[in-house]
Structure formats: structure tokens, C-alpha cells
Design a protein around this ligand. Structure first.
Ligand SMILES: Nc1ncnc2c1ncn2[C@@H]1O[C@H](COP(=O)(O)OP(=O)(O)OP(=O)(O)O)[C@@H](O)[C@H]1O
Length: 259
């Protein structure tokens, strides 16, 4: 199996606090991988380091054959790594379709874009982006809501829209930050099915941070567990469930033990 993302000895210090401490793991092509841990474990920081939102204090992140640690998020996206945000990052006053189109257009090279402006190549490029937008809306089940203002969508659909915007950038690796936060059990199960479908339809690799254990255990093939910035376990859902160090870490934070 080919490794798509190689995280090595990644660290982030905030003053004296080691938020992420020498974290190493691989994500294989086509895999759905979860990053879990109690509150304050360093999950979001690790996620931000991988996606380019934060510059690491040390370590490396190799995506494909390219070092991306410290690379600007907008550049990282053009290399095929997209992310969604913890709060569904949508423009509430724009329509659902406009939000997805914004994702699609964000990967265009700005200088090339201005050269094309107005010509037939420009019109063709716009047509292709609109077609791609329609496909993404359909595959994420948002086509019925394309003309609706994003701010008027039910919360669960806003989360879906966050995924659709990421998907519109044509990623090979999609990072999802707490995609199931605020979803009920049924919405969560449906979301898990959506992720699996997207993985197979788009040959995607997925890495997500999540507190919702049912979604993680049902959807991920492998899981990395962080506690106080350090990796304490890595393995299949079954291995993670049975790992004494993980059980101990979660018994300390019972609100997540059965989330
Ligand atoms: N910008 C920052 N400045 C200082 N400390 C920070 C900053 N961001 C995060 N931290 C600290 O780093 C540690 C890890 O935080 P992080 O948000 O990565 O954890 P998390 O596992 O995502 O937590 P949660 O599950 O609550 O979202 C925490 O102690 C947090 O207070």
C-alpha cells in the first residue's frame, strides 16, 4: 500500500506548552484514518500543522513526495490536500451552489485566471467549474438545496456543505475537523456512509479528527490516539478499543467514553 501522507516527529510548542510532541504516523492511499484524544490532546493543532494553517516548531509533513510543513494553506490545497473546519465554514449569505463553486474556483492559478479573463478559454473554464460544482452537489446530496442560502440550511447539511466545499477543490486527501460535531446519532451514521461513498467515488483518502466514537469506530480503518500532545496508540478500531492506555486516557474523560 502506498503512503500518501508521512508525518514525522512533528512538534508545536506554544511557549512552554508542548501541544504536539514528536508525532509520527502515516496515512495510506485510500485509507480512512481517525485522530482522536481527550480535550486538549493536540488534535486540532496537529490538524492545523498538516493542513498548513500552523507552522510547526519541528518535524516534517510529506504529502506525496513533497514537504508541506509550513507551506501556506492556499498552496497546500493546490497540491491536492483540502480541509474542512470545526465550525462549518460556509458563507451564510451566499447560496449553497455559490459556496461550492467558490471551493472549485479556489484551486485556479490566479495569474492564469486573469490571462484567460473574458476569452473563450475563460468561458470553457467557468463551464467546467460549474459542471464540477453540480457533480459535487449531487454526490453530497445537496443538489436539492443548490439555490438556498447556506445560512438557511439545517446544521447537518451545513456540515455536509463544508465537506462539499473541500471536495470541490478536487483533493486526493481530505482532512475533516470534527465533521460530526452537533449531529445526532442518525445524522452521524448517515455522515459515515457519505464519507465511505465519497472515498470510493473520488478515490479519496480521508483523515479526520472526531470526538464521536461511534463514527470513528464504524468508519475508520486505522486510528491514532493523542494524549497531551503525544501519540499513545495507533491501530485498527478493535486494537484501539482494547488498548489499556487508551481506556485509561478515556476513563479520565468519561464524557467522551461513550459519545
Ligand atoms: N494558539 C494557541 N496558543 C496557546 N496554546 C494553544 C493554542 N492552540 C492550542 N493551544 C493549547 O494546546 C493544547 C492542545 O490544543 P488543541 O486545540 O490542539 O487540542 P484538541 O485535542 O484539539 O482539543 P479539543 O478536543 O478540545 O478541540 C491545549 O492545551 C490548548 O490550550
Amino acid at each position: 500500500m502506498n503512503v500518501l501522507l508521512r508525518v514525522r516527529d512533528l512538534s508545536k510548542f506554544f511557549g512552554g506548552l508542548k501541544a504536539v510532541d514528536e508525532l509520527s504516523f502515516d496515512v495510506n492511499e485510500g485509507e480512512i484514518m481517525g485522530l482522536i484524544g481527550p480535550n486538549g490532546a493536540g488534535k486540532s493543532t496537529a490538524f492545523n500543522l498538516v493542513s498548513g494553517a500552523l507552522r510547526p516548531s519541528a518535524g516534517s509533513v510529506i504529502f506525496g513526495d513533497r514537504e508541506i510543513a509550513g507551506m501556506q494553506a492556499s498552496k497546500v490545497v493546490r497540491h491536492g490536500l483540502a480541509r474542512t473546519f470545526q465550525s462549518a465554514a460556509v458563507y451564510p449569505a451566499a447560496t449553497v451552489a455559490e459556496n461550492v463553486f467558490r471551493g472549485a474556483i479556489s484551486t485556479l492559478d490566479a495569474s492564469l485566471f486573469s490571462q484567460l479573463l473574458g476569452g473563450s478559454a475563460y468561458r470553457n473554464a467557468m463551464r467546467a467549474l460549474r459542471k464540477h460544482t453540480d457533480e459535487v452537489l449531487a454526490v453530497t446530496g445537496l443538489d436539492r438545496y443548490g439555490g438556498k442560502l447556506a445560512g438557511e440550511l439545517a446544521y447537518g447539511y451545513q456540515k455536509r456543505l463544508g465537506v462539499a466545499i473541500g471536495l470541490a477543490t478536487r483533493p486526493t486527501l481530505l482532512l475533516l475537523d470534527e465533521p460530526a460535531a452537533g449531529l445526532n446519532q442518525e445524522e452521524c451514521a448517515e455522515f459515515g456512509r457519505l464519507l465511505k461513498r465519497l472515498r470510493s467515488e473520488y478515490k479519496l483518502t480521508l483523515l479526520f479528527v472526531e470526538h464521536h466514537m461511534a463514527l470513528v469506530m464504524d468508519t475508520c480503518e486505522r486510528i491514532v490516539v493523542l494524549v497531551q500532545g503525544r501519540k499513545i496508540a495507533e491501530g485498527t478500531p478493535q486494537q484501539i478499543r482494547d488498548d489499556p492506555a487508551v481506556i485509561e486516557a478515556y476513563l479520565g474523560t468519561p464524557q467522551h467514553a461513550d459519545a
